[in-house]
Design a binder for this molecule. Structure first.
Ligand code: NAP
Length: 245
């Protein structure tokens, strides 16, 4: 696997799964644009790690649920490197609550960050990828978007939405040399899952055939494969990284 001529944008890559994806893509040679919202320090730390590997890296703070920020993210990438080959739609949040207690605000926020961002970022990079006749779009869905999960109606709807979006755009852009896939992680050890109560974590682990939560690196390996030349005949797919759940 060699991505040394490729430029990748990884959204939400200041920590967790996004950070692991950014580091893995850099490890196999890619130039990486790391993005996050809020505190700039984690993104600069990831950028520092990538530069220490001898790779190019540009940190861009942007809220990917806002079209003006997404336009700036793409403009800054093109200004720095003149191309975009790989987009990883990773940024995501959850605001869990049973439906009867779920506020409209929490519904809207999760749908904006987890699903609308995928529409905005994909649309913003597609023209450039189509012109190059090469592109890879990989979006991080979730097993919750396939199976559902009590207390996560907003998150499950957004993550299921990513799957429908992926299968549709894959068909729209296949003739332009762009592949579009999703990765659906199960339970991965990040800040998102570290917030779960210990007894609930133990209960979840009983339902994972491989017996434990995955690591961000497990997801990053799958993303790097889908981003590679070797995955050129794979599009419109949802790859589970879930320990067999
Ligand atoms: P995480 O540790 O909470 O990290 C999410 C990252 O996204 C953070 O760096 C966060 O930035 C960033 N982000 C949030 N809103 C953003 C926005 N509007 N614009 C740009 N960046 C934004 O989560 P994670 O566990 O690594 O999850 C990464 C992705 O995998 C998410 O899409 C998540 O739904 C999905 N996933 C996770 C699991 C799991 O078990 N962990 C399972 C299935 C799917 P801040 O630090 O500024 O908040």
């Amino acid at each position: 696997m060699n991505l040394s001529t490729k430029v990748a944008i990884v959204t939400g890559s200041g920590r967790g799964i996004g950070r692991a994806i950014a580091l893995k893509l850099a490890e196999v040679g890619a130039t990486v644009v790391v993005n996050d919202v809020g505190d700039a320090k984690p993104v600069e730390a990831v950028a520092g790690e990538i530069k220490a590997m001898g790779r190019e890296c540009l940190p861009v703070m942007a809220d990917v649920s806002l079209s003006s920020d997404v336009a700036r993210l793409v403009e800054e990438t093109l200004a720095a490197y003149g191309r975009i080959d790989i987009l990883v739609n990773n940024a995501g949040i959850n605001r869990d609550q049973l439906l009867l207690r779920m506020s409209e605000e929490d519904w809207d926020k999760v749908l904006a960050v987890d699903l609308k961002s995928v529409f905005l970022c994909t649309k913003a990079v597609l023209r450039h990828m189509a012109k190059q006749r090469w592109g890879r779009i990989i979006s991080i869905s979730s097993i919750v978007g396939i199976m559902g999960n009590k207390g996560q109606a907003n998150y499950a709807a957004a993550k299921a939405g990513i799957i429908g979006f992926t299968r549709t755009i894959a068909k729209e852009v296949a003739s332009h040399g762009v592949t579009v896939n999703a990765v659906a992680p199960g339970f991965i050890d990040t800040e998102m899952t570290q917030r779960l109560k210990e007894e609930w974590k133990q209960e979840l682990k009983r339902h994972i055939p491989l017996g434990d939560f995955g690591s961000p690196r497990d997801v990053a390996e799958a993303v790097a494969f889908l981003a590679s030349e070797e995955a050129k005949y794979i599009t419109g797919q949802v790859l589970g990284v879930d320990g067999g759940m």
